[in-house]
Every structure is written in C-alpha cells, then in structure tokens.
Design a protein around this ligand. Structure first.
Ligand SMILES: [Zn+2]
Length: 166
C-alpha cells in the first residue's frame, strides 16, 4: 500500500506524474503561493518536494518533511533518491496507479484499459508502458548501486544503517 503522500511544487510537474503512476497520492499546483503549499503539506502530513531551497528551509521549520531536488537532476536519479529516503516502491502496478492529470483513483474497465474515477481520462496499457518500465528499472539499478557503495562491498547488511554518511 502506498501510504506516503506528497506535494510537489510547480517546477516539478514531471515528477508529480511519476509519483502518481507509482500510486502515490500527490498534489501538484501549477501556481500556488508558498504559504498555501506549506499549510496543505502540514495539514495533510504530506512530504514536500521542491527545487526551492528557501521553501525547503521554511518547511522544515514548520515540521514539514521536505525533499530538495537539485535543478536538472535526471528523473531516474530523483526517483532513486526518493525511494531510498521514503521507501517508495519503484514498480508500477496499474491497479494501484493514480491519474497523472488529476491524482484520481483509476478503475479497471477492460483487460488493458483503466479510467480515472474523477476526470474520466482513459489509460491504455500500451507501448508507453515499456518506457515507464525502462525508466523504473534504471532508477532501481541506481538505488541498488548506492546500497552496495554504502555497505562497502561484502560487509553483512543486517541491522540498521547508522545514518552518518553525510
Ligand atoms: Zn483524472
């Protein structure tokens, strides 16, 4: 179950769509004032994802968890980092996906067809599916590569990370 909820700032529309594909409840506003975004994040316990360092600092002061995205970062890298930090799953299951346009829940209509229960947009599991899968495989590989770097090769990975890797 996708339990983490996100709110993504205006510059990261592509990432918002990705999180929805992965099934995460993700709000995205093309133009909302910072204070509104912060309030929404706090009220609904959403993780804020932004490219605005100042906004991130303010969020943390307000007890809002914030994930800062470096400008021009590749989508695979962002997804890998998010997955590592918030344990989001990098595999897509159309049964659990959300509408990339409106964040609505999808309903299965046919073997390869889903419809958004909110805006009625149709989703066909077609050719684009391969592209989605390809990017997720890359993201997963990136994430795995951090794992081995941290574990220092062949050391046992039992127990928790100490978290002093910065
Ligand atoms: Zn929709």
């Amino acid at each position: 179950m996708a339990t983490q909820k996100f709110i993504v700032d205006a510059m990261l529309g592509k990432l918002a769509r990705w999180l929805r594909i992965l099934g995460y409840d993700t709000l995205y506003y093309r133009d909302a004032e910072d204070w509104k975004i912060l309030k929404k994040a706090k009220d609904e316990r959403r993780i804020l994802i932004t490219r605005d360092r100042g906004l991130c600092v303010r969020a943390r002061k307000n007890d809002v968890d914030c994930f800062f995205v470096i400008p021009n970062e590749e989508i695979e890298k962002i997804l890998a980092d998010l997955s590592r930090k918030y344990k989001i799953f990098l595999d897509v299951n159309p049964e659990a996906s959300r509408c990339t346009s409106c964040n609505g829940i999808l309903e299965k209509k046919d073997k390869n067809l889903w419809i958004c229960t909110k805006c009625r947009k149709e989703y066909w599991k077609g050719k684009h599916w391969e592209t989605i899968t390809e990017i997720l495989i890359k993201a997963q590989a990136l994430k795995d590569s951090y794992g081995t770097a941290e574990a220092g090769g062949s050391k046992p990975t039992s127990g928790r990370k100490t978290g002093n890797d910065s």
